[in-house]
Write a protein that binds this ligand. Structure first.
Ligand SMILES: NC(=O)c1ccc[n+]([C@@H]2O[C@H](COP(=O)([O-])OP(=O)(O)OC[C@H]3O[C@@H](n4cnc5c(N)ncnc54)[C@H](OP(=O)(O)O)[C@@H]3O)[C@@H](O)[C@H]2O)c1
Length: 287
């Protein structure tokens, strides 16, 4: 079975490369392919004829997407529509990643796959449109919503993931302000990638939430990073209003891995355990 991985140099892409290392894997980076260039994308797909496409590519600088909503729609929705059309025409399975930001956060309990999305930002609307294009076009799909990803490769699109950003700021010695009124589940890209492979093997196509377990605010996430890394920077909680980001974000976007659980596959660890392993892996955690 041939697998084509789009976004192969991203933080999730690099973890998927490891997980699929024993496969007939074709890793495609942004330097190789711009997915909004449909002609080139079609050439790459026609040349490789994958049975499975893993698409991690996204325009996910959430605040920037407010300024460039057309670009967000091109990358996160229209390019995904083309991938779905090619997959349908060639009987390939399409696996695509989406986001907890499709929800508005008003429910205040973990969101299941059955809950109605209500996106708050241009990024979130474009990602939801990508999901809907896939569902409208091609049955043999996996859509995976995840949350607060961090991986060893760093989130290249954002110039480093949240963990790396916090560690860098701690070294710079300035006061660090982090929002305490947005609740999420930080998720290890490595654990997610391993779960992706297990899920694909079930052939139980559909929409899935996949995150680590537990929940915290971004402030609590930052405090845990510093505690585990043995750092004591000046960390202050703040509010979304005071932080003043351009894009609206959900106040609560914890996902319930309900569909994964129904397959008996929801054994992802608590986010603190996964974080500890990540930090140990990069030599920062205390013994
Ligand atoms: N990061 C999170 O916290 C988070 C949370 C929820 C959902 N997600 C979703 O999870 C998926 C993977 O995220 P990630 O953190 O692994 O992102 P990432 O590290 O930025 O990886 C995405 C990869 O796709 C490439 N890419 C971006 N635009 C492209 C385009 N137009 N054509 C071809 N390649 C392109 C990027 O290259 P460049 O870096 O060169 O642009 C990058 O290598 C995305 O769908 C994202 O929406 C992420």
């Amino acid at each position: 079975m041939r697998t084509l991985l789009i976004g192969a140099d991203g933080q999730l892409g690099q973890e998927l490369r490891q997980v699929y290392a024993d496969h007939d894997l074709v890793p495609v980076t942004h330097a190789d392919l711009e997915i909004t260039d449909w002609k080139h994308t079609e050439e790459v797909l026609d040349r490789n004829v994958p049975d499975l496409i893993l698409n991690t590519a996204a325009y996910h600088r959430v605040d920037e997407c407010e300024e460039f909503p057309a670009r967000a729609y091109e990358v996160n929705a229209l390019a995904v529509r083309h991938l779905a059309q090619w997959s349908k025409a060639h009987q390939a399975v399409l696996l695509h990643f989406s986001t907890d930001y499709v929800f508005d956060g008003c429910l205040r309990r973990p969101y299941t796959e059955a809950d109605l999305p209500k996106p708050l930002s241009a990024y979130a609307v474009s990602k939801l449109a990508g999901e809907y294009f896939i569902r409208a076009i091609h049955d043999r799909h996996f859509i995976i919503r995840t949350c607060g990803l961090y991986g060893i490769a760093g989130s290249s699109g954002k110039g480093g993931n949240f963990v790396e950003t916090m560690l860098r700021l701690a070294v710079e010695g300035k006061e660090i302000r982090v929002v305490n009124d947005q609740v999420l589940t930080p998720t290890s890209a490595k654990e997610l990638a391993g779960k992706v492979r297990q899920l694909v093997e079930t052939r139980a196509y559909g929409l899935y939430h996949i995150t680590n377990n537990g929940a915290c605010s971004w402030y609590e996430f930052a405090a845990s990073i510093f505690e585990m890394a043995g750092l004591t920077p000046r960390l202050q909680p703040t509010t979304s209003a005071a932080f003043g980001a351009r894009a609206m974000r959900p106040a609560y976007s914890v996902l319930d891995n309900a569909s994964l659980r129904s397959l008996g596959l929801d054994d992802l660890r608590h986010w603190r355990n996964a974080l500890e392993e990540y930090l140990k892996g990069r030599g920062r955690a205390q013994a």
